[in-house]
Design a protein around this ligand. Structure first.
Ligand SMILES: *Cc1c(COP(=O)(O)O)cnc(C)c1O
Length: 401
């Protein structure tokens, strides 16, 4: 288990004053190297989009820029933000419940692709496109909630495919949807292909099985209608294992499998849109131990901040991996320092709720007030999914290193 911070993060965490904590520390060089390696593992016919909802900090988006083919945005807010932060990059607009105002804004921005979620949305898009962008043919991928065989989705932490959800079109509507294009009902729109994002947390062999099923299904749909689909987007959801920070998604095996899939379908552009597996590892949440206390036989370290800044462990029900950096120098206060007597400590935050736990029963010997704690894997679905205003504690600092 390697939750240890990189050198630059470690030095920064130790160099900040107590009042400057908690802080999010992002290692942008590590992110750059990681995404470059992901890109290098993928065959050329595979386009890499970043799902901005995982972490939309402008510095993160910019660092990803040279390595990605575009960004997937899922709201009008993300659309405006990403279009500004990384102007000129290709955008795909997905997500359920797009409003007419959001679609209009996307059309005005010249968004390259719409991932359409329902027949209603398809007709809304066509109608708005005729008004807002009458001289363009707007690119569409139909998002389907495909039922895949249970074996390929087993083990995923967030399976969305094949059971009732608000995401995507029901596959039973696939022929109706495609017919609207082939019978000329939607002259404003150009059917580019199919999109499916069916599960989160799949390892490379399962991701490949899912990608293969999506492509096979899409090609059969195209064949039934005598058309060619240029693109298939097989989604994101590459696994990130919070219980084992050293275990990484096998991008090399995934890339080789996608290369075989591309070879079997010449001329097809495949696209993936990971979020978590690209940015989770580049972010750390650094804080200090405020107090160490015993309660009914267990020891707790209360840290500055908590799950209102880093909701990931509460949201996913895991222990956030962390490293203790013992405070350097003498204890600066006139009152005695609290310290742990046991060798396992539960890290809790400052909120008045028992749910504010960052990591349980962590093996840390001799933990003392004033020690620094750096929580790893806080670069995705961390700050931006947290309930910042609960209890009105100060916001963390943000440092892009
Ligand atoms: C959230 C999401 C992604 C990214 O998922 P990760 O698990 O972060 O890789 C990709 N596509 C769609 C449609 C999503 O909703």
């Amino acid at each position: 288990m390697t939750a240890a911070p990189t050198t630059v993060v470690r030095e920064h965490a130790l160099g900040l004053a107590a009042e400057e904590l908690p802080a999010y520390l992002y290692d942008l060089s590590a992110l750059d190297a990681h995404v470059a390696a992901v890109r290098a593992a993928l065959p050329r016919q595979v386009e890499l989009h970043y799902a901005a909802k995982a972490n939309p900090e402008p510095e993160i988006l910019t660092t990803l820029g040279p390595h990605v083919d575009g960004y997937e945005v899922s709201s009008g807010g993300e659309l405006a933000h990403v279009a500004k932060a990384v102007a000129g990059h290709s955008l795909a607009f997905g997500g359920p419940g797009k409003t007419p105002e959001e679609i209009t804004a996307a059309l005005e921005l010249g968004v390259a692709r719409f991932h359409v979620e329902s027949l209603y949305e398809l007709r809304m898009l066509a109608s708005l496109a005729a008004r807002v962008a009458p001289h363009t043919r707007v690119g569409v991928l139909l998002r389907f909630n495909l039922g895949l065989d249970a074996a390929s989705l087993a083990g995923s932490s967030l399976a969305m495919g094949g059971r009732p959800t608000p995401f995507g079109l029901d596959p039973v509507d696939a022929d109706t949807a495609v017919s609207l294009f082939t019978d000329g009902s939607l002259p404003q729109l150009h059917l580019l292909g199919v999109h499916a994002h069916l599960a989160s947390g799949l390892d490379a062999p399962r991701q490949l099985a899912v990608a293969d099923s999506i492509v096979t299904w899409s090609q059969a749909l195209a064949a039934r209608h005598g058309i060619r689909l240029a693109e298939v987007n097989v989604g994101g959801g590459m696994s990130v294992d919070y219980a084992d920070p050293g275990a990484r998604f096998d991008w090399a095996a995934y890339g080789e499998g996608l290369a075989r899939l591309c070879a079997a379908h010449p001329g097809l552009t495949l696209r993936i849109e990971p979020g978590r597996a690209l940015t989770a590892y580049c972010g750390w949440y650094a804080t200090e131990v405020l107090d160490v206390k015993r309660n009914h036989g267990e020891e707790f370290a209360v840290v500055r901040g908590g799950t209102h800044h880093l909701r990931t462990p509460a949201a996913k029900g895991h222990d956030q991996p962390c490293t203790v950096l013992p405070a350097a120098g003498p204890w600066p206060h006139p009152w005695p320092r609290s310290e742990a007597r046991q060798d396992r400590v539960t890290f809790a935050g400052q909120l008045c709720t028992p749910k504010d736990v960052l990591a349980r029963q962590v093996p840390v010997r001799g933990l003392r007030a004033g020690d620094r704690v750096v929580f790893a894997m806080a670069g995705a679905y961390a700050w931006n999914i947290s309930h910042h205003d609960f209890l009105m504690h100060p916001r963390p600092g943000f440092h892009f290193l």
